[in-house]
Design a protein. Structure first.
Length: 308
C-alpha cells in the first residue's frame, strides 16, 4: 500500500485524503459548537503533540536529527499555522460553519495552485487539472448562498472576507512549507519509509507549534482563564478535537508523498465540505439550500475532472 507507483494522484493518496477530510470536518464541527478560541486551539494542538510524542524516542526523524533547512521550513509552517488559528477564531465567531468552512477550504486551493505554478514546485498542473480545481472553487463559492439569486460580489467582498483570507493564507503557507520540508527529509533519510518520515516530521512540528501556542495563550488573561476552566470542569471537547485533527493532518502529510503536486492534496481535501455541510445541517440545524446541494455536486465533479 505504501509503495504504489507515483502518478499525479494515486489511490493511496485518495484514501488518505478522504479519511482526513471526514476527520477535519469533525474537529471543525467541535470547534464551532464550542466557540473557537486560542486556548481551545492550543489544547487541540497539545493533544495532537502528546499523541505522537513517543516518536521522538524511536523515530530517526526527530528534533535532534533534522537539518537547519527543515527547521526553517518548519518554523515558517508553524508561523502559518498560528496565523490560520487567529483567522479561524474570528471567522467562526462571525459566520455560520456552512458559510465559513467552504470559503476557508476553497481559497487555499486557488492560492496553492497559483504559488506552486509560479514557484515551479512539483510537476506542472495540466489544463484539465486546473479546470477541475476551478470547478471545485466555483462549487465552494455557491455553498454559502441562501438562493441562487443571491449571487453578488458584496456577499463575498465584505469585512468578514478578511478573516477567511487570513485562514486561507495560513492554510496555504503550512501546506507548502510542510510539503517542501518533507521533500528535504526524503533526500536526507532516503533509507526510511515515507510513513516513518511523515510521522517523525509531524511529531517534531507539533512540539514547536504547541510551545508557540502555549506562549501566546499564557500572555492572554482570557485564554489563561479558559485553560483553567477546561481543567476544572473536565471539558474534553478540545481533546477529542485534537485527536481528530492529529490523525487528519498525519494522513495529509502521508498523502503529500504520493502526489506529483501538492495542489492535488488541497483539491481533494475539499471532500470535507460535503461532510461539513451535512454535519452543519443535521447537528447544528443550519439551513439546507439549493446552492449548497449544487455546490457539493460541482465539488465532486471538479475533483473527478482534476485527476482525469
Amino acid at each position: 500500500m505504501f509503495f504504489c507507483q507515483e502518478v499525479d494522484m494515486n489511490f493511496t493518496a485518495f484514501f488518505f485524503i478522504v479519511v482526513s477530510a471526514v476527520l477535519h470536518a469533525s474537529w471543525n464541527l467541535l470547534a464551532k459548537k464550542s466557540r473557537m478560541s486560542l486556548a481551545f486551539y492550543t489544547v487541540i494542538c497539545s493533544t495532537a503533540t502528546l499523541i505522537w510524542l513517543h516518536t521522538q524516542l524511536w523515530n530517526p526523524v526527530h528534533l535532534g536529527t533534522i537539518s537547519w533547512k527543515v527547521l526553517l521550513l518548519m518554523g515558517c509552517s508553524v508561523a502559518s499555522d498560528v496565523i490560520y488559528c487567529l483567522g479561524l477564531i474570528r471567522a467562526y465567531r462571525k459566520l455560520e460553519m456552512s458559510t465559513a468552512y467552504p470559503m476557508m477550504r476553497s481559497l487555499p486551493l486557488i492560492f496553492t495552485a497559483l504559488i506552486t505554478s509560479f514557484a515551479g514546485l512539483g510537476k506542472p498542473l495540466t489544463l484539465i487539472a486546473v479546470s477541475g480545481m476551478f470547478v471545485v472553487f466555483c462549487g465552494c463559492l455557491l455553498m454559502p448562498m441562501a438562493k441562487l439569486s443571491d449571487f453578488r460580489l458584496s456577499n463575498y467582498f465584505n469585512k468578514n472576507i478578511l478573516y477567511l483570507i487570513i485562514v486561507a493564507g495560513g492554510t496555504t503557507g503550512y501546506t507548502i512549507f510542510d510539503s517542501q520540508a518533507q521533500k528535504v527529509l526524503m533526500e536526507t533519510f532516503s533509507h526510511l519509509s515515507k510513513p516513518v518520515i511523515s510521522i517523525g516530521y509531524y511529531s517534531s512540528r507539533g512540539v514547536m507549534l504547541s510551545v508557540t501556542l502555549w506562549i501566546c495563550a499564557l500572555l492572554s488573561a482570557e485564554d489563561r482563564a479558559a485553560m483553567l476552566r477546561f481543567w476544572k470542569e473536565r471539558i474534553w471537547t478540545p481533546v477529542w478535537a485534537g485527536a481528530f485533527a492529529s490523525l487528519s493532518y498525519v494522513l495529509v502529510l502521508l498523502a503529500m508523498n504520493y502526489v506529483t503536486n501538492v495542489s492535488f492534496v488541497q483539491a481533494f481535501r475539499q471532500m470535507g465540505l460535503v461532510f461539513a455541510m451535512i454535519a452543519g445541517i443535521v447537528i447544528l440545524k443550519e439551513r439546507c439550500t439549493l446552492p449548497k446541494i449544487l455546490g457539493c455536486l460541482l465539488i465532486v465533479s471538479g475533483l473527478i475532472l482534476s485527476v482525469c
